[in-house]
Write a protein that binds this ligand. Structure first.
Ligand SMILES: [Zn+2]
Length: 334
């Protein structure tokens, strides 16, 4: 398998950060490592990035192993004012591997090779983020592009999870199946507030990714309110996350385009247990009073009379959840 050219690898790195909402600026022209400043919202990080092609095993190594060979680096740079990010990239799976610099702190020798199991790379294709616990007690992560920014933001917390068996178990469980771990499990097992926040955020991301995939598949990648596809879709929660009874299962989901998702969350539109779609009359009246009802007629014309439902009845929004959601948003059907 030929190595992917560094220019293409680093372009993939930048695109992956961008997909997760991060902006990046290259601050050196060298390849290994290449310096970056990345930022999102109020968060800003300086990085030294080693990024190499992942290739299969090599002679005498197990067949289920993939590796990077950082031959150009004599030692991985480490410093207090930047994060060292060591990545491999598997073009076929479109998955990164993230290695722990602490486990490779010394001189690398003449033919260095750092491994990850194929199983972890495959698992990340399904879940977004997966874990390979190496016998040397290094945690290696397999990372889909959309998770790369999150991985880098929580790099130290993630790799250091190996020191606490309870935390490691949670991380293994949630990356295998995020529905088996609850926020309460995290609060019970993790002691420091910062690490709690990290694990809670990772769990939320994993659950959102799974929820999105299930809901968009059920609705055939089509907005349930207007029928548009065009990759403009979100998986909306019927009853919002954090409300008692809210779940990340398909009966609490509906596929909406960006416009109708926004309108639904704002209480401008809703649907009842017969799946009839309505615009909120009180909300429209208020908007008219405020002089902000422009486009109202065109907006109303985009709405179908009823939700475009999934073919499987078990995927339809749940009646009890619909009623709770409408009560929560103060939506009155008339
Ligand atoms: Zn729509």
């Amino acid at each position: 398998m030929p190595a992917v050219h560094p220019t293409i690898l680093f372009a993939k790195f930048e695109q992956s950060l961008s997909a997760g909402g991060w902006q990046s600026l290259r601050t050196s022209s060298e390849h290994q490592p290449r310096d970056y400043r990345i930022w999102r919202g109020g968060e800003r990080l300086d990085l030294k990035v080693y990024l190499l092609t992942l290739t299969p095993g090599g002679t005498g190594r197990p067949k289920d192993e993939w590796r990077i060979q950082p031959t150009a680096a004599k030692i991985f740079a480490q410093g207090a004012d930047y994060l060292t990010v060591i990545l491999g990239y598997d073009e076929d799976r479109d998955v990164f591997a993230g290695f722990d610099v602490k486990a490779h702190a010394g001189p690398l020798g003449t033919s260095p090779s750092i491994q990850i199991k194929a199983k972890a790379l495959d698992a990340a294709v399904a879940t977004g983020l997966a874990l390979h616990v190496k016998s040397s007690a290094e945690l290696v992560f397999a990372i889909k592009p959309g998770f790369l920014g999150l991985y880098i933001e929580y790099l130290r917390a993630l790799h250091d999870a190996k020191v606490d068996p309870a935390e490691l178990t949670l991380l293994v469980d949630m990356t295998s199946d995020p529905t088996t771990v609850s926020q309460t499990d995290i609060d019970g097992a993790v002691t420091t507030p910062e690490r709690k926040r990290v694990l809670r955020t990772i769990l939320r991301y994993l659950r959102d990714r799974r929820f999105r995939a299930k809901v968009l598949t059920a609705y055939a990648h089509q907005c349930a309110a207007c029928g548009i596809q065009l990759e403009l879709l979100d998986a909306a929660h019927v009853l919002p996350v954090g409300q008692p009874g809210s779940t990340d299962e398909t009966p609490n989901g509906v596929a909406f385009c960006a416009l109708h998702h926004r309108a639904y969350d704002a209480g401008l539109i809703a649907f009842n247990t017969s799946y009839e779609l309505r615009i909120s009359k009180p909300r429209m009246a208020q908007l008219k009073t405020d002089g902000r009802d422009g486009g109202g007629t065109a907006f109303a014309a985009t709405l179908k009379a009823a939700l475009l439902l999934p073919s499987k009845p078990s995927d339809h929004p749940d009646a009890a959840l619909i009623n709770k959601a409408n009560a929560h948003r103060g939506f009155v059907f008339s």
